[in-house]
Design a protein around this ligand. Structure first.
Ligand SMILES: Cc1ncc(COP(=O)(O)O)c(C=O)c1O
Length: 387
């Protein structure tokens, strides 16, 4: 059988491959501890599940939804953005539901990129920015995220020629995988850069609600002029332990969103109305469960950070996300270290190389595992390094 050339060289998604390895190990009887994928171990809060049960039981929610989404969901998102970020949104024009942020990030590439167009992609970065761009036929110009620059891309390193060829810039803070947060005028500089070169900005806001030590993450759209150039993607997956529900939304520039709408009317038939009504219900609050999740992850972060000191892998405690971005010990690269801890300790960590070439030398550890398992994982790593 012949397949599309688009599939040539297209590897399975990073975690699809890791999933296979974990399954093989577990089949072989290994008690695997995964600090790999950021998939919350705790269940979706009961008040959300109960609301969804009510909405699913309502026959009014059973028909085809509209791709633009229900006004109820759009208005709840707009009022959440006003309350939480001080951002004014027109719910009728500046909101669009997504079947998870990943879906939206991949599909927006089809609306923005022609074959050969340049996408500016952080390196390391959430793999969908590069993957989505390449599948759409675009080319990727990686922007290094380095520790000494606070894991922010240096926009001055992009040549004028590259900037003129670029159609989209992906950014995301609090950042996966580096766990960096925004503490300066980076968003303002991005808006100025995007305006100068007429580049669409996609800000991935999947972790804005999971922050620690008093840090509050801003919205990209809170910067004056941001809506002229960009959109922001919000996800329910991490703050509400809803990774399986596939629920998110995009807000911001109407022209970009209406192109995404036109594309997606040809691909899917929108988000289940019951889910949209539940999402609206969640956005209205209260958000005690999110505060509780932040406390859980802060505790695990402290536990992991302290345990890593004993292994000689000390890193500063991150102020956001559910990850720690850790340099690998001397004598390893990210792949060989991940392989070593899987084989010798039965612990899964994500090799930094999977997030782009500049991720080499790091591994990402996820906090979405119970406290005692995190402690045990580091003990096992420590033992394996002594072997
Ligand atoms: C940076 C980032 N963006 C988007 C997503 C995907 O979000 P969703 O589950 O809403 O598709 C993830 C998931 O890990 C992520 O880390």
């Amino acid at each position: 059988m012949l397949f599309s050339r688009r599939m040539d060289g297209l590897a399975p998604y990073l975690f699809a491959e890791m999933e296979q390895k974990i399954t093989e190990k577990r089949r072989a009887g290994v008690d695997v501890i995964s600090l790999g994928i950021g998939d919350p171990d705790l269940p979706t809060p009961a008040y959300i599940v109960e609301e969804m049960q009510r909405q699913v039981a309502d026959a009014a929610n059973h028909r085809y939804p509209s791709n633009w989404g229900l006004p109820e969901f759009a208005e709840a998102a707009a009022s959440f953005y006003q309350r939480r970020f001080g951002v004014e949104l027109d719910p009728a024009k500046e909101f669009f539901p997504l079947l998870g942020a990943k879906e939206g990030l991949a599909h927006i590439c089809w609306a923005l990129l022609d074959p050969g167009d340049l996408a500016l992609v952080p390196d390391p970065g959430y793999p969908v920015y590069a993957g989505g761009s390449l599948i759409a036929g675009g080319r990727v110009r990686y922007l290094d995220l380095l520790p000494d620059k606070g894991f922010l891309p240096d926009l001055d390193e992009i040549s004028t020629e590259e900037a003129l060829r670029a159609k989209v810039l992906f950014i995301g803070y609090p950042n996966n995988p580096t766990a960096a947060v925004i503490e300066d005028d980076f968003f303002e500089r991005v808006v100025a850069f995007a305006k100068k070169y007429d580049i669409a900005v996609v800000h991935d806001n999947a972790y804005s609600e999971l922050t620690y030590d008093g840090y509050v993450a801003p919205s990209f759209l809170s910067v004056p002029g941001a809506k002229d150039v960009g959109v922001e993607f919000f996800s329910f997956s991490k703050p509400f332990n809803m990774t399986g529900w596939r629920t998110g939304f995009a807000v911001g520039n109407h022209e970009i969103l209406s192109h995404l709408w036109r594309l997606k009317t040809n691909l899917d038939s929108g988000m289940f109305d019951a889910l949209q009504r539940t999402a609206a219900f969640i956005l209205k609050g209260p958000w005690d469960s999110v505060h509780e999740m932040c406390e859980v992850y802060r505790r695990r972060r402290d536990l992991l950070a302290e345990a890593l000191v004993s292994v000689g892998m000390e890193v500063p405690k991150p102020k956001g996300t559910v990850y720690m971005w850790v340099p690998v010990p001397a004598g390893y690269d990210s792949g060989s270290f991940a392989e070593h801890v899987l084989e010798q300790a039965g612990v899964v960590v994500t090799p930094g190389r999977g997030y782009g070439p500049a991720g080499e030398g790091f591994v990402r550890l996820s906090l979405t595992t119970p406290d005692h398992r995190i402690a045990e994982a580091v003990e096992r790593i420590e033992r394996s390094l002594r072997l």
